[in-house]
Design a protein around this ligand. Structure first.
Ligand SMILES: [Zn+2]
Ligand SMILES: [Zn+2]
Length: 109
């Protein structure tokens, strides 16, 4: 039986994607009778969301010393990211000390 490429519609994003003959063979070999429900992009996204075994390491530049480091999370854009030594420094320096503005006392009327 010759297999042909088929076009399926992703149930997540609604995009059409190719279910190729090679993939169909792969599915059959594994005994999977159902067509894939999602396009490769959504499948990869789902896998990433679910997969606890793969940690997302993001390469960032330390806000203090400028060296490259990896962090096990996706940093927020409005927060500075530090490498480990700098993070320790910032944390110990900043503990308990509120940031105070100097020399800008509000003028009283
Ligand atoms: Zn999709
Ligand atoms: Zn640093």
């Amino acid at each position: 039986m010759a297999l042909e490429d088929r076009t399926l519609v992703c149930r997540d994003c609604g995009e059409e994607f190719a279910f190729t003959a090679g993939e169909q063979t792969f599915y059959m070999e594994r005994g999977l009778l159902n067509d894939p429900q999602r396009c490769p992009v959504c499948r990869a996204t789902k896998r990433r969301e679910r997969g606890g075994d793969q940690r997302t390491l993001t390469t960032v530049v330390c806000a203090s010393c400028g060296s490259q480091t990896t962090v096990p999370f996706v940093p927020r854009l409005d927060k500075p990211v530090y490498c480990n030594p700098c993070f320790e420094k910032v944390r110990s320096a900043g503990s308990g000390n509120e940031h105070r503005e100097s020399g800008t006392a509000p003028a009283m009327p």
